[in-house]
Design a protein around this ligand. Structure first.
Ligand code: ATP
Ligand code: MG
Length: 447
């Protein structure tokens, strides 16, 4: 009852039909001059407009410029068909099967150019929960605006006139720091449950409040995410984790009730008390890197997220009498088998993850030639960064991380002096390594 009331008060006001007149907001009111738009996207719009088409910068870029954030990329929407777009630009190619998008290359830039999408109707194919499976109908600009998720994402910027075309009061909503759903939030979440995650991510990233009408239904509709293909969830999770605001995103997902039993990775992150400190440190670290414009590797990120799972399995195997290193490999395989499938982790990323994990025990040897060998390992840097996080979270002694920092920085003489005396156990371990077919280990076993 209350929910209905709320959605009537907050929701239906904006649930406008797609064919009303948009507001045309001049540059004198919004302040975004055309030099703020990338050169490539300006040229693409110009090129299409010269051939008599409509063409606008749309979506995240306009939104980000309005709130003073740096746009990640510039997407373009047009009434030209994919064929017409391709003919207009020599360096272009169509991608996507479901809905053709054309990538247009200009210098170093690649612009994503899409033809206006049409409204969904009775013929639109959905699954039994109402999730839209195919949406490959073209439409008018007004239709295209109504098909977008949030009002702030449905703004069209025309580089020729520097005006913003606003069908759904997006500029006003942004001024009020509100992320508002276009149309009826429940219906829009049913069409595409990933919008729930997008709401949380965009609000966290941009410092916006999710309009109550859009945030209210999330808790009860959260389970719809179970029907979303894993690869799509994985993409969205990756965006979330690499947004530069992952700590904030994760905290908000938890507040919105989106973390439980839905995304296996989130369960892993949030429901392992031991690992929470480590994971939050790792994410804060990732956020810092992203904000400083440094690259991050998905392998490193997932290695941190799943590490405490590996530790738990590893401990179990060792307690059951398994030898240390083979037990680690077995634990790694088990975790990657379970999580890899759900998360659609690619083979290459899985390889990177294993590299980082398998280096960890090698940091324990601080005697003889082994530390020198480890320094030369191509993945030393990633393994070392990972070790520092483990030390910072208290999982291993801080001294171990410090030792490796000093060892790297020391000269030849200094390094030699740092080495610890060889212990009897070291030699035994080395012998065992020479004989990898240690008894009782089945690398292919999943348990
Ligand atoms: P980001 O800053 O992460 O790029 P974005 O809003 O630009 O955010 P994109 O995935 O690049 O996100 O999508 C571009 C635009 O496409 C959005 O601004 C929105 O208008 C539209 N869009 C994207 N995903 C959806 C969706 N699930 N439902 C409706 N519209 C969407
Ligand atoms: Mg974008």
């Amino acid at each position: 009852m209350i929910r209905k009331l709320i959605s009537r008060v907050f929701g239906s006001k904006k649930a406008v039909a797609s064919h009303h007149e948009p507001a045309v907001i001049p540059v004198s009111r919004h302040g975004i001059t055309r030099d703020r738009i990338s050169a490539g996207s300006r040229r693409v719009c110009e090129g299409l407009q010269q051939q008599g088409h409509k063409a606008y910068v749309v979506g995240g870029a306009v939104r980000d410029l309005l709130i003073g954030a740096e746009p990640k990329d510039f997407d373009i929407a047009t009434d030209a068909t994919p064929d017409e777009i391709r003919r207009a630009f020599r360096r272009s190619r169509a991608i996507g099967r479901r809905f053709q998008i054309v990538h247009v290359m200009m210098g170093q830039e690649t612009m994503e150019v899409t033809t206006f999408r049409g409204m969904l109707d009775a013929n639109t194919k959905t699954d039994e929960h109402g999730r839209v499976l195919h949406d490959n109908v073209f439409g008018s600009q007004a239709d295209d605006a109504a098909r977008r998720d949030f009002t702030a994402n449905a703004l069209y910027y025309d580089p020729a006139t520097e005006a913003i075309i606003d069908y759904h009061h997006g500029v006003g909503d942004l001024k009020q720091k509100t992320l508002r759903m276009i149309g009826e939030p429940r219906a829009r979440y049913r069409e595409d449950p990933v919008r729930m995650l997008r709401a949380v991510r965009l609000a966290a990233k941009l410092g916006l409040i999710i309009d109550p009408a859009a945030s209210k239904p999330i808790r009860e509709m959260a389970e719809l995410l179970e029907n979303v293909p894993p690869a799509r969830l994985f993409d969205e999770m990756l965006k979330l984790l690499t947004s530069g605001h992952s700590v904030n995103c994760i905290t908000r997902l938890r507040d919105e009730g989106l973390h439980h039993g839905l995304l296996p990775l989130l369960d892993v992150i949030l429901e392992q008390p031991m690992g929470e400190k480590f994971v939050m440190l790792a994410l804060a670290n990732t956020d810092d890197r992203v904000r400083a414009g440094k690259g991050i590797s998905p392998g490193f990120l997932f290695a941190t997220l799943l590490w405490h799972e590996v530790l738990a399995h590893w401990e179990k195997l060792k307690a059951a009498g398994e030898t240390k290193i083979p037990a680690l490999y077995q634990a790694m395989d088990t975790v990657l088998d379970v999580q890899g499938e759900k998360l659609a982790i690619t083979r290459r990323i899985a390889g990177d993850i294993k590299d980082i994990w398998s280096l960890q025990p090698r940091f324990e040897s601080r005697a003889g030639k082994r530390p020198y060998g480890l320094l030369e390992h191509p993945r030393f840097r990633a393994g070392y960064d990972f070790l520092l996080l483990r030390a910072e979270s208290g999982e291993v002694e801080a001294d171990l991380g410090d030792w490796w920092t000093r060892f790297q920085n020391a000269d030849g003489e200094g390094r030699a002096q740092m080495l610890l005396p060889e212990q009897a156990g070291d030699r035994k371990r080395r012998r065992r390594r020479r004989n990898p077919a240690a008894p009782g280990v089945d690398r292919n076993s999943t348990q």
